[in-house]
Design a binder for this molecule. Sequence first.
Ligand SMILES: *Cc1c(COP(=O)(O)O)cnc(C)c1O
Length: 360
Amino acid sequence: MAIYNFSAGPAVLPDVVIKQAQQELANWQDSGMSVMEMSHRGPEFMSIHEQAKQNLRELLNIPNNYHILFLQGGASQQFSMVPMNLAAMSNEVDYLHTGEWSKKAIAEAKKIAQVNIVANAEDKHFTYVPDFSTWTLNPHAAYLHITPNETIGGVEFYDLPQTGQVPIVADMSSTILSRPFDVSRFGLIYAGAQKNMGIAGLTTVIIREDLVGKAKAGTPAMMDYKVHADNDSMYNTPPAFSIYMAGLVFKWLQANGGLEAMAKLNLQKAKLVYDTIDASQDFYQSPVAISNRSWMNIPFTLHNNELDKPFLKGAEGRGLLQLKGHRSVGGMRASIYNAMPIEGVVALTQYMKEFQQQNG
Ligand SMILES: *Cc1c(COP(=O)(O)O)cnc(C)c1O
């Protein structure tokens, strides 16, 4: 039986990536060493690191005036690093509040800077993104922080407001690489790798050069973008195996048409699930505003939550795993990142239809 893993993160990886890692695990390209055993300063790992950076730059079309940093600490560490590094110029920072992840980012920023919430979606339980026209942007803010895809709520937006000189900082943990976007519209982008980029342990930061070197005095070296940029992410031992895995994912993306092709496929996959929900006459419901429906994380509820358990049990019986919703939202959540094949989404929607027939 085929197994399809709908986990929100750590999440499914492309089959071929795992197979290649398996094949090379003990002996990377006749080096006689596993990537896990290599010196991070040796020529073998340096080439892995350089290639991964280069491939990511090509995939996302990252301009030359942006650094790519491969760090640790998860996206959660960026909740602190961003204000420690960028709020020194002005103590005022803007945050958009759209869900559980922006909530955590805001809580950390408040320890360091004066936080202005430009808009807050809590009034509708974080099921939408407030219209740009309602945002109270501060023209003197050091930056505006947004979460373009709230992984738990399944709320996504892609257009950006005009912020003048204020750089936009985005937590793209669960949406990066899912479709093309214009990096030059951002001052800083960060993402934990374990959703759409690889495995846990790696956090990628893409930062515009002029935003490096502005950390508050007294910022610890490990928390300072300049220290990492000056040392090409080799100030200390980088998460070597995680960088290697991300490199394999980047190559897989390039071999499969890059982000344009991913976007097409992701839209098709998401549409299959949303169409099933919408055609179910409220047997299944999506809590999210239609214009903010995420392509990557699709929460849905059953009209009768007593059916949740039987739904999940039946799903597991068919190899459809990790569909239980986040405890804060309830119901189900299907995460359908790049590595989820369309066959998995078809299997899910077929199951949803059959389950409805039997229980509707
Ligand atoms: C998963 C996630 C995080 C937290 O990532 P960690 O790497 O576990 O710290 C932060 N933001 C978003 C949007 C996420 O999806």
